[in-house]
Design a protein around this ligand. Structure first.
Ligand SMILES: [Fe+2]
Ligand SMILES: [Fe+2]
Length: 337
């Protein structure tokens, strides 16, 4: 599932694309991506395509680093050394995902400083799921199982996204997300199988709270998705929100059974004709409220993120000073030679 062939277009085809007029270029670009071609940073691309990708990749990067915050709160409270090590490794992976993605977005001509400024001012969005609180240790397992599980569903098709740097970043990210999902599931399974009644209740409570927000992670229904059709045409989004959501529900029902938890949806029912699980109506007003900045933790997350940035100023300054010192030393050595 994670292998890929990222062949670059032949050099003569690229040069031909750059040599033609805008309307013609656009038509050739559309034909190129429609035929499943990759787009590399130096290739000509329509402005709208570039802007769409900057928005999507930077939001994705922001989600990775904001997602570290609710989990970071639990490092000191992990119940065993093994779980603590696993959680630390996962959080570190998420930082890495943020870095690959910021780097991929930078290839489109936007600086990391600009992207972070947009995040810190509240202008840029990140995944609404991280605006929910992590109340107990079971929330951490549930995030791994459901939130990272939903992320995998969303991200696997992105390994075939037409913008090659994004697609390449996604290959590694998806491998790591798979570990995140499994560690969450394993943590919940331990509590459900070997835990006390209280621990089992804690898991059920966490699943009750996270299930619906996780279904919202796939975005609005296809009919209401603003960017959906265009992104599909450009090969940025290969599978629609509703299709991904359905795949996620289908996968989770079976996993919930293994865990011994109940998914909090009385309308969840196998539909033989469709070959899928039917599920209840999603409260989209909640989704829009959280996206609009009024979720339970929006303010807290952003404040924690801005504080982390401000507290890290001395590290950035020290790294710059060190680099300048080294450059000056190298210049001196060159002069002396
Ligand atoms: Fe991630
Ligand atoms: Fe993850």
């Amino acid at each position: 599932m994670y292998t890929q062939a990222m062949d670059l277009a032949p050099q003569d085809e690229r040069l031909a694309l750059q040599a033609t007029g805008d309307a013609e270029r656009e038509a050739r670009f559309e034909a190129h991506v429609a035929a499943g071609g990759w787009v590399e940073p130096k290739d000509w691309m329509p402005d709208h395509y570039r802007r769409t990708l900057v928005r999507q990749i930077s939001q994705h990067a922001h989600s990775e680093i904001v997602g570290m915050l609710p989990e970071g709160n639990w490092v000191t409270r992990a119940p065993t050394l093994e779980r603590k090590t696993i959680l630390l490794a996962k959080i570190q992976d998420e930082a890495g995902h943020g870095l690959y993605l910021y780097a991929a977005a930078e290839t489109l001509g936007t600086s990391r400083d600009e992207m972070l400024a947009a995040l810190h001012s509240g202008q840029a969005k990140y995944s609404s799921i991280f605006n929910y609180p992590t109340l107990t240790w079971a929330d951490i397992g549930t995030i791994g199982w459901l939130v990272d599980g939903a992320a995998i569903m969303n991200q696997v098709p992105l390994t075939r996204c037409s913008y090659a740097p994004y697609a390449r970043a996604m290959v590694r990210v998806c491998r790591e997300e798979s570990f995140h999902q499994r560690q969450g599931f394993s943590s919940l399974l331990t509590m459900m199988k070997d835990g006390t009644g209280e621990q089992r209740a804690m898991v059920q409570d966490a699943v009750d709270r996270w299930w619906w927000p996780c279904l919202m992670m796939f975005g609005p229904p296809d009919g209401q998705s603003v960017h959906g059709a265009q992104s599909a045409r450009w090969g940025i989004k290969r599978v629609s929100n509703d299709e991904l959501r359905q795949k996620f529900v289908d996968a989770c029902v079976q996993q919930a059974e293994v865990l011994g938890v109940t998914l909090p949806d009385p309308d969840l029912k196998w539909n033989d004709a469709r070959g899928h699980w039917d599920f209840g109506a999603i409260d989209w007003s909640e989704f829009w409220r959280v996206v609009g900045g009024h979720g339970p933790c929006n303010r807290e997350r952003l404040a924690a993120r801005v504080k982390a940035w401000d507290d890290g100023a001395w590290v950035r300054e020290a790294a710059l000073a060190h680099a300048q010192k080294q450059a000056a030393r190298a210049a001196k050595t060159l002069e002396a030679a």
